[in-house]
Design a protein around this ligand. Structure first.
Ligand SMILES: [Cu+2]
Length: 167
């Protein structure tokens, strides 16, 4: 189990170590994939919408770069909620957005998968206490290869897009 603090320094350290792992480093900054930690899963830009007292659900977002073999994100856990689910917001033929639960999100080798408003997100259901800006909720991601990442999320308000509202 590792705890990753997602600061600019941490991201810089990841970029530097990725560079250091590359024999021929001249081209290593040219694609977004170069920020992938070698043989590991890297998560960046992890944030969660604040949850006010009495608000039972909120959503968490991040981007995952898989520097290792193909695997899947199979679950997420947050102690302060009754349940945590992997969701995908889908648009129906008549342009109505709805959320679907998924049992796993494929992470192809060398690719980045975004969890972002309007798309994939981690849904926190039955939030027990308010999640306020300035706090640092800890969410654990579990992968099919057995790897777990304990991530400190930033609590960040953004314009409401409605994607996190459960029907
Ligand atoms: Cu959802």
């Amino acid at each position: 189990m590792r705890t990753i603090f997602l600061s600019c320094n941490a991201l810089a350290a990841i970029a530097l170590s990725a560079c250091g792992d590359t024999e021929n480093s001249s081209a290593s900054y040219e694609t977004a994939q170069s920020a992938c930690p070698a043989n590991e899963i890297g998560v960046s830009d992890a944030w969660v919408r604040p949850a006010r007292a009495g608000q039972p659900t909120t959503a968490a977002y991040f981007s995952i770069c898989n520097g290792g073999e193909e695997t899947s994100l199979v679950s997420a856990a947050y102690d302060g909620a009754d349940a945590v689910e992997l969701h995908h917001t889908a648009m129906s033929d008549d342009a109505v957005a709805s959320m679907e639960k998924s049992d796993g999100v494929l992470l192809p080798a060398g690719e980045t998968v975004q969890f972002a408003p309007g798309g994939r997100h981690v849904m926190l259901i039955g939030v027990k206490d308010a999640i306020a800006e300035g706090s640092d909720p800890l969410i654990t991601l579990t992968f099919a290869n057995g790897e777990k990442l304990n991530l400190v999320f930033e609590v960040r308000s953004e314009a409401e897009s409605g994607d996190h509202l459960h029907p």
